[in-house]
Design a binder for this molecule. Structure first.
Ligand code: F6P
Length: 340
């Protein structure tokens, strides 16, 4: 049996642990083709064979040994044709797709054509539905919390306001959990917009009480007054997503216009997803990889592995991509106790 595996979308700490988990649990009659750069691999018939010795020790490494891209093979008809031709030519019996909503939506589509597929949910944003956590999120929260921990001393010394921009497109999980852990004085997330006046009043309260203020802001947050997301780069990817960025800078400028506080912005950006995964993410990735291979062995296709409590389970792949898992109000409300 020949199994193709690929990693697609933004890279994420823990991807290599999944790859190692899959390869290490293969049967001796199984061959693994590691497709390079996401769905671009099967499109270009670009792959490397993977054996146990190739994946030894990779679970501690960040990034992905297979490379990644945001390729959508269903965007153009000629690409879709090429995808099916190559899968046949290479005699691929099944694919394990490791990715977020875009990569998994391609996997779901492939599965709807009765091609055997298993999905593994990945994203630092933690917004894939029907799984308690995606790997990479834990690492990103730790990096974010560590960065804010460090900003406290410099913000305090200078009596400054800091806006810290944190990845999170439609869901503010990373900003919320990193902000809560590190004692940010306000957390702004896409799910719960605030007006500029409301933001300024929390900043004022905090400046009066503590003499400095740290605001964690998810990149997908926009103040109530704004219609569109803040997209200073003006770029759009193959799945139609705009490249977000600029909210911390914008809020810094607005604060300077309205108040006399010294104000700065820090963009954590890709620092959140670079580097080695935490032990939690290594182990979650490993467990996902081994479980994905179990599904292949049972020929239980069209499924996505998922975490439920402390158990690895599986759900229909479409369940992961149908809706985004957003921060529930109760959790956000708990965090508001520490605002100001
Ligand atoms: O993988 C999701 C994500 O981390 C989002 O939070 C962010 O908007 C996006 O990736 C940025 O990706 P890139 O700049 O690498 O295309």
């Amino acid at each position: 049996m020949r199994i193709g595996i690929l990693t697609g979308g933004g890279d994420c700490p823990g991807l290599n642990a999944v790859v190692r988990g899959i390869v290490s649990s293969k049967r001796s009659d199984m061959e693994i083709f590691g497709f390079m750069r996401g769905w671009n691999g099967p499109l270009e018939a670009d792959y490397i064979p993977l054996n146990t010795e190739d994946v030894e020790g990779i679970h501690i490494l960040g990034g992905t040994i297979l490379g990644t891209s945001r390729t959508n093979p269903f965007k153009k008809e000629e690409d879709t044709k090429k995808l099916f031709e190559n899968l046949e030519k290479l005699k691929i019996d099944a694919i394990i797709a490791i990715g977020g909503d875009d990569t998994l939506s391609v996997a779901a589509k492939l599965s709807s054509f009765h091609f055997p597929v298993v999905g593994v949910p990945k994203t630092i944003d933690n917004d894939v539905s029907n799984t308690d956590y995606t790997f990479g999120f834990h690492t990103a929260v730790n990096v974010g919390a560590d960065a804010i921990d460090r900003l406290h001393s410099t913000a305090k010394s200078h009596n400054r306001v800091f806006y810290v921009e944190i990845m999170g497109r439609e869901a503010g999980w990373i900003a919320l959990e990193a902000g809560l852990a590190s004692g940010a004085h306000l957390v702004l997330i896409p799910e719960y917009p605030m007006t500029l006046d409301e933001i300024m009043s929390v900043v004022d309260k905090r400046m009066e009480r503590g003499g400095y203020c740290i605001v964690a802001v998810a990149e997908g947050f926009k103040p109530t007054e704004f219609e569109d997301e803040i997209n200073k780069h003006k770029a759009v990817d193959a799945f139609g997503h705009v490249q977000l960025g600029g909210i911390a800078e914008l809020l810094t400028e607005i604060t300077k216009e309205r108040r006399s506080y010294e104000t700065r912005s820090v963009v954590l950006g890709h620092l959140l997803r670079g580097g080695t995964p935490t032990a939690f993410d290594r182990n979650l990735g490993t467990r996902y990889g081994v479980h994905a291979m179990e599904l292949i062995k049972k020929q239980d296709y069209g499924r996505m592995v998922a975490l439920s409590g402390n158990d690895i389970v599986s759900v229909p792949i479409e369940y992961g991509v149908a809706t985004k898992k957003l921060v529930p109000y109760d959790y956000y409300k708990l965090c508001t106790l520490f605002f100001g």
